[in-house]
Design a protein around this ligand. Sequence first.
Ligand SMILES: *Cc1c(COP(=O)(O)O)cnc(C)c1O
Length: 384
Amino acid sequence: MSFPLDKFKELRTPFYYYDTDLLEQTLQAIKAAMLPGSHLHYAVKACANPAVLQLIAKSGAGCDCVSGGEIKACLRAGFKADSIVFAGVGKSDWEIELALQEGIFCFNVESKPELEVIDQLAAAKGRTARVALRINPNVGAHTHANITTGLAENKFGIDMQDMEDVIALAKRLKNVELIGLHFHIGSQILEMDDFEALSKRINELQERLDGIGVSLKHINVGGGLGIDYTDPDKHPIPEFSTYFNTFYKHLSLRAGQQLHFELGRSVVGQCGSLITKVLYVKENAIKKFCIVDAGMTDLIRPALYDAYHRIDNLTSDEAEETYDIVGPICESSDVFVKGYKMPKARRGDLLALRSAGAYGEIMASQYNCRPLPSGYTKKDLLDD
Ligand SMILES: *Cc1c(COP(=O)(O)O)cnc(C)c1O
């Protein structure tokens, strides 16, 4: 990836930079790898930067929201209401009402009481809510424990053994229309075996549906495809065809059934970088600290998930030295990486924390009364 360094030098750090050309290429690669009857709903929680959302909406994708705020952001960015799916274990009444008002495509319902509340709120509005049941498939994902979602111990979804029961309830309720099943097993998944296991579990559940004479038009397999954090320049675009083909190969869809995907990280992860400035290089008896002006408030993934981000020194080509690269926040976990080899750093150098497009800017906080980082796109910087 190349960076517009001259422009960067005029901007206050830290900030997020989105390579919108790479994002467009990624969106094209997704389209090229999807068969007819498949639909992408971009998982907005990965990155809701307005310019990024607008580009994704323009590509024709739908979106996957987990809050009323995300629904509003998506409508502002140009997504069609009837392309929105709405998941989340704790939907508030106002969020459900907003979704009903806007006429979203589908609620991904995570419990019986939620289904009943959606029915009541829809009745009050004289509407019918389309719903899919989010089933917890009890399929493990080979990823960090904090980002598995499809195990019985996780809070998400309806247990498989309760599926028929909840379907019966949905049939009794007058203001909900059951249109599908929904799944999501976790994030940063690179082993296609996990998606194969999910497909096989869905096949079993579909046989149970056949047994009770229920046919559903929509199967939503969620998201979770991972990206290469170690070598983003080698794999700027994830292997979408391998991912989609895993489902096409192992999932037995019924005639006319539509397949839905909710990718987040793999859409936006590689196009974003967090740009930060070196403040000080501090040496003690055992190591060198490279202290930068971005911290865990700007990018929390290393502190929260033990995540690794490649860090490039954009302004030095001197011999490499070994650093702990740390932020200014008053927390010992405010460390981006330890024992990292990088061209010698000096005060004022610009560093890029790579692969930061997903779960980066959107998770920023104001802890320590810090301003939120700005976000710029390649388009913004090259047009002005
Ligand atoms: C977070 C989430 C996604 C997206 O996950 P990625 O790993 O970013 O692809 C999709 N669906 C649901 C329900 C989610 O919560």
